[in-house]
Ligand binder design. Sequence first.
Ligand code: ISE
Length: 335
Amino acid sequence: NTLGVAVIGTGRMGADHVRRIDEVTSGARVAAVVDIDADRAKRIADRIEGCTAYTDPAAAMAAPAVDAVLIASPGPAHEAALLAAFERDLPVLCEKPLTPDAASTLRVLEAEQRLGHRRVQVGFMRRYDAEYLRLKSLLAGGELGRPLMVHNRHRNASTPPGFTNAMLINDSVVHEMDTTRWLLDQEITAVTVLRPTPSGNAPEGLDDPQFVIFETDGGALVDTEINVNCRFGYQVQAEVVCERGTARIGEAHSLLTNTEGRWGGSIAPDFVERFEEAYDREVQSWVNATRRGEVVGPSAWDGYAAAAVCEAGVRAQTEGRRVPVEMIERPALYR
Ligand code: ISE
């Protein structure tokens, strides 16, 4: 029972997921690709046996060969695709953000609750990164004591054209929102954003870097340096400060060289490379669970919680003050 997957959106992430399912993932095949650019969809479909190109997500989902859906279109297109998948009760892996704001994410939560069972896994891939997994199990084991603070660094070499201050929160810092909730098993209760004088590398209209602070309901403080035009590469690091020690990941010391009086290693250029194995594990885990008839991983509730924190984050950024996070109570389906 090979899982026939429809991949919606063939941009950077979508095209990478098509390659992954075609070449890396076991137990699944790409049965359909969807893109508003018909030529692009067809070019990709033509390279894969038994794969059909579509421009309309709902039409792809209606195809008998399609058993599950991977949504990798731009965020504003997610809600319609999710609701179409629910209509056919198809399992979904949806790239982050689940939807672009808390109100639309709530509509998705309500629709999934009407189905009566979970259908969605959200693509917070850091939860599948080997180093984050080790950090999570170390914290859960309790030997370092209670986490007091987390220091995150989130650096991109550069941003695509049109990247805005709001995207800095919604597309980038959203990952730290999710890893904070997941690592600490706490909810974020308030967000503050501070900004230094922008870097000379910052494109017009973007204040880069920024410094984002979360408070949690467990009394922890979490800071994130978000620095998305650092030029030198893609770097994601986290240090958790606990009562009896600290734990740090993201140093990327898998290969160290000594030469010409210097020591060093290399830095991945982008997230597709840095998190390649995490994406592989994420998609394989989704496929395995789906074939067993189960839903695992970050849920639509996690997508909603992140969206609620994003909303507070964008307000904190524009209003220049500490903004409390407003969230509904966790529905029974997600407990
Ligand atoms: C991008 O959308 C991602 O999800 C990357 O993980 C993040 O590092 C980047 O800043 C975002 O733009």
